[in-house]
Design a protein around this ligand. Structure first.
Ligand SMILES: C[S@@+](CC[C@H](N)C(=O)[O-])C[C@H]1O[C@@H](n2cnc3c(N)ncnc32)[C@H](O)[C@@H]1O
Length: 302
């Protein structure tokens, strides 16, 4: 799940997209290893092409993989399907329906805990991710649990599977925030799914874009226009992207799904559970009680 310290966005002026904001941001320590390794020096809002975004995000997720797993591994479990920082579990909500005997594709799997849960639930799951670093943790998870989920290194924009290979597809905060075109990923997912198959994915709720990525009171003040789709980009000293994240409005998702041949069944906005005290990056009880942090789109291939 993305938890990037876009808190620097608080001070970045959307009116001057080319002017990088000095680094480090207030909460940059969460990703210190990746930022140091990649030489992250500032933040900018600017357009980013697909190749630059893919290269930056591959390098970033490789560099951040150990920190991500160290920070979130326990919460995510080894063979558990957690949709979001609010702790919604597939075990309880069954958004994918009955997966027994189904071929299920996971997109942007990270350490692949979701795919191991799916396997334990009787599915034939295949876990894919762009990052070799994240897949290394997935392999270690396979070895720890003895649940040998097939792992495939692949960009969600180019899924290496034949048409109609899967009966369901899912993604928990994987890939979609990091690719320039929803249409490209939706077209690929559509191609590899059988007609009628579920495609369920969770992303940061689009309304979070307007606030700094801060779990505390600073994260309650609007600093960024909801309608500005200019990507959030971290850059090194040469201005090269080291991390890219894209914003879409709720309407953008709905239109891309319809245009991509998917039927939207539900949009789940999980409420912050009573007694849930765990902060995940910008997700916190304080903010979670006031506005949604996650959007889960439940769709099927029309
Ligand atoms: C926030 S993590 C989510 C991982 C896991 N689903 C979880 O809940 O922890 C995002 C994942 O998306 C992967 N990713 C980023 N861009 C991608 C792309 N273009 N194609 C496939 N995976 C991508 C990253 O490598 C990372 O493992």
């Amino acid at each position: 799940m993305s938890e990037h310290p876009a808190s620097s966005a608080a001070s970045a002026s959307p009116a001057s997209p080319e002017a990088p904001v000095p680094w480090p941001a207030p909460e940059a320590d969460r990703h210190a290893q990746a930022e140091q390794q990649l030489g992250t020096a500032g933040v900018a809002y600017r357009t980013v092409g697909g190749d630059e975004a893919a290269a930056a995000n591959l390098a970033w997720w490789d560099a951040d993989a150990d920190d991500y797993q160290a920070t979130h591994g326990e919460f995510l479990g080894d063979a558990d399907f957690v949709w979001c920082p609010e702790g919604v579990r597939e075990e309880d909500v069954r958004l994918l329906g009955d997966v027994r005997g189904r071929r299920v594709l996971e997109v942007g799997c990270g350490q692949a805990a979701c795919s191991r849960w799916l396997t334990a639930a009787g599915a034939h799951a295949v876990a894919t991710d762009l990052s070799g670093g994240m897949l290394r943790h997935a392999r270690e998870g396979n070895e720890r649990t003895g649940v040998a989920v097939p792992l495939v290194q692949a960009n969600a924009e180019h899924l290496p599977f034949a048409p109609g290979s899967f009966d369901a597809a899912c993604s928990a905060f994987g890939a979609l925030p990091f690719v320039p075109s929803l249409a490209t990923v939706f077209a690929e997912v559509h191609r590899v799914l059988r007609p009628g198959s579920p495609w369920v994915f969770s992303v940061t709720h689009p309304m979070r874009w307007i606030f700094p990525d801060d779990p505390g009171p600073l994260g309650l003040t609007v600093t960024q226009p909801y309608f500005d789709r200019t990507p959030y980009v971290e850059v090194d000293d040469d201005g090269e992207a080291t991390y890219v994240e894209y914003h879409r409005t709720l309407g953008d998702y709905v239109r891309a799904l319809a245009a991509g041949g998917f039927t939207l069944e539900d949009l789940i906005e999980p409420e912050w559970p009573e007694g849930h005290t765990r902060t995940w990056g910008q997700w916190s009880p304080l903010r979670g009680k006031l506005f949604p942090g996650t959007a889960i789109f439940r769709t099927h291939r029309s």
